[in-house]
Write a protein that binds this ligand. Structure first.
Ligand SMILES: [Zn+2]
Ligand SMILES: [Zn+2]
Length: 268
């Protein structure tokens, strides 16, 4: 199968290392034919005192775009590069984000819903930070579904990032709801290799059993925060085995429907 990765960060997010070029060279060395950059997108918070330091700042976005586009031309003979964002769906800030992102000409976006809520405001939680109960799981699923309705996401990164403690039957019910919603819209789910490497609360075996039963399409994503991560074959193989054991097979790149974000009337 042709190797590819559609989940790649850059140093702009302040928690990744390496130059853009090093990611491209590593991908080529790893034998990949497609590499998609999806750094953590900038967000525009109404609270001027709040700035997230784990994503690029708005003023870095244009340089990000020109850097990836320049590499795309330079390396065209060796690898296909794509330009994207990993994006949270925050109901309160989405319009402002969309207006900004519409000018950037992105090839695609993946949804990475690290927060429930709008991140800056009270009542927001980092989804993988401590187990929470039913109300929180419901909020997470509702927020992801609402975000997917925008029609701008190619796939869901680590859909199982939410860390839940409570009745199994409730988890099964809510995650089946999410998996069905994604399947009906032809939106693949990402099995996150970084989570596997770092032994995070995801990939969550219970979730993937549900996804297998629902018949979701699956993408393996490195979620690379360093160029070297793209060279690691062992974790990739381990994740592949886990999927295979459930009867799941990662999609071929050719079968993935890349959604070019149109952002509707916003920003027009
Ligand atoms: Zn990150
Ligand atoms: Zn990521």
């Amino acid at each position: 199968m042709m190797k590819y990765n559609l989940h790649t960060h850059t140093a702009r997010c302040n928690h990744a290392t390496g130059t853009d070029r090093e990611y491209v060279e590593a991908a080529i060395t790893a034998g990949m034919k497609v590499l998609g950059f999806t750094d953590h997108c900038p967000q525009f918070f109404p609270d001027r005192d709040y700035y997230s330091y784990f994503r690029m700042f708005p003023e870095q976005a244009h340089e990000y775009v020109s850097s990836v586009r320049a590499l795309q031309k330079e390396y065209a003979a060796d690898i296909r590069l794509l330009l994207g964002f990993e994006t949270e769906y925050y109901p309160e800030t989405y319009d402002r984000f969309a207006e900004f992102a519409a000018q950037l000409g992105l090839d695609y976006m993946i949804m990475g819903q690290h927060f429930v809520g709008n991140e800056y405001d009270e009542g927001s939680y980092y989804a993988a930070d401590g187990a929470r109960g039913e109300r929180f799981l419901t909020q997470y699923v509702d927020q992801v579904k609402e975000g997917l309705e925008k029609g701008v996401f190619t796939y869901i990164a680590h859909p199982d990032i939410v860390w839940y403690k409570g009745k199994n039957s409730f988890y099964d019910e809510k995650m089946t709801e999410l998996c069905l919603f994604a399947r009906e819209r032809g939106i693949p789910l990402e099995y996150n290799i970084l989570g596997h490497i770092n032994k995070r609360s995801y990939p969550e075996p219970r979730f993937w059993k549900i996804a297998a039963a629902t018949g979701n399409s699956v993408v393996l994503g490195y979620d690379a925060h360093s160029p070297e991560a793209l060279l690691q074959t062992k974790p990739y193989e381990e994740c592949l085995q886990k999927l295979n054991a459930l009867g799941l097979k990662p999609m071929r790149f050719e079968d993935i429907r890349l959604v070019k974000p149109a952002f509707g009337e916003v920003g027009a």
